[in-house]
Write a protein that binds this ligand. Structure first.
Ligand code: NAP
Length: 281
């Protein structure tokens, strides 16, 4: 049986440390750290995510400012709101909950958020800095995955890492982080040939494809570290990951569960990024 990488425990430990940094910031600067969350429309999943983010802010003492705009909000209205938040001294981080309603130009909206307040780490400058291995704000989910490796003493240096999935928010930044940590990185996607063999060659396998239980034991090398980013539903509607946990758990040396693995780290890293941006401001 492999060692379980406990994201819930690490998230709790990191949030306790963040609480202290938030308190110190207030003492030093005489004001709270502020995170603005912008939600446009009624998407039920987005509403849950926003609620969870606000609750997490409260837990560590970050002041959250939630802006809920109707589905009918125009590009100009959302842009005006973002501009106000950018100008505010009380707001250290701005997050626009995605996906946005179809009539809004997402790229144009996100470009209004300056890199220093881009706590999601999605803007071109922050992604570019990550690619060049410079100080930056890193996308929360892959950043959380790296913190998990660090916590468990897993050094990617010299290791063969395979990232399954190439999305802008998970796969690509994950690959860059592993490369920056001196791993030899291969990125796989839906057009990759010999996927099984490539996965089975990985010392560190990170899976982010959104396909329930896709990765089975025959795709995993003996003793590999397996990080499962997926958040899917199985045939019974139960939350599961992209990795078939039961099948793989005896083959991996370390594995993240779903739930309780990468998931709790994502919001924690949002809090972490917000504290970082405030301290740097
Ligand atoms: P995404 O934008 O849909 O990207 C999926 C990626 O997987 C794409 O690069 C796609 O390849 C690749 N892919 C899909 N099917 C594949 C297959 N059969 N073989 C190989 N590659 C395949 O997804 P995402 O936003 O990165 O999210 C991935 C998963 O992580 C989802 O389950 C999501 O819910 C979860 N997630 C979890 C958290 C968290 O906090 N735990 C955060 C974000 C996402 P192409 O590029 O060729 O299409």
């Amino acid at each position: 049986m492999s060692i379980l990488i406990d994201g819930k425990a690490l998230a709790a430990e990191m949030r306790a440390q963040l609480c202290e940094r938030v308190k110190n910031f207030k003492i030093e600067h005489g004001k709270e750290i502020g995170l603005a969350v912008v939600l446009v429309g009624e998407d039920p999943a987005s509403q849950v995510y926003v609620r969870n983010k606000i609750r997490a802010c409260e837990e560590v003492g970050i002041r959250s400012y939630a802006y809920r705009l109707p589905e009918s909000a125009t590009q100009e209205e959302v842009e005006m709101l973002i501009d106000e938040l950018v100008a505010s001294d009380h707001i250290h981080g701005i997050l626009v909950q995605l996906p946005l309603p179809k009539h809004l130009n997402e790229r144009k909206l996100l470009r209004r958020i300056p890199p220093a307040k881009d706590v999601d780490g999605f803007c071109a400058e922050n992604v570019g800095n990550l690619a060049m291995n410079r100080e930056t704000i890193v996308a929360c989910t892959p950043f959380g995955a790296m913190k998990m490796l660090e916590k468990y003493g897993i050094d990617p240096k010299g290791k063969r890492a395979v990232v399954l999935g190439r999305s802008n928010i998970v796969g690509k930044p994950m690959a860059m982080l592993l490369l920056n940590a001196d791993a030899t990185v291969t990125v796989c996607h839906s057009k990759t040939e010999n996927l099984k063999e490539i996965c089975a060659s990985a010392d560190i396998l990170v899976v982010a494809i959104g396909k329930a239980k896709f990765v089975t034991a025959d795709m995993v090398k003996d003793g590999a570290v397996v990080i499962d980013v997926g958040m899917d539903r199985d045939e019974n509607g139960k939350l599961c990951g992209d990795v078939d946990f039961e099948d793989v758990k005896d083959k991996a040396s370390y594995i993240t569960p779903v739930p309780g693995g990468v998931g709790p780290m994502t919001i924690t890293m949002l809090l972490y990024n917000t504290v970082q941006t405030a301290e740097r401001s």
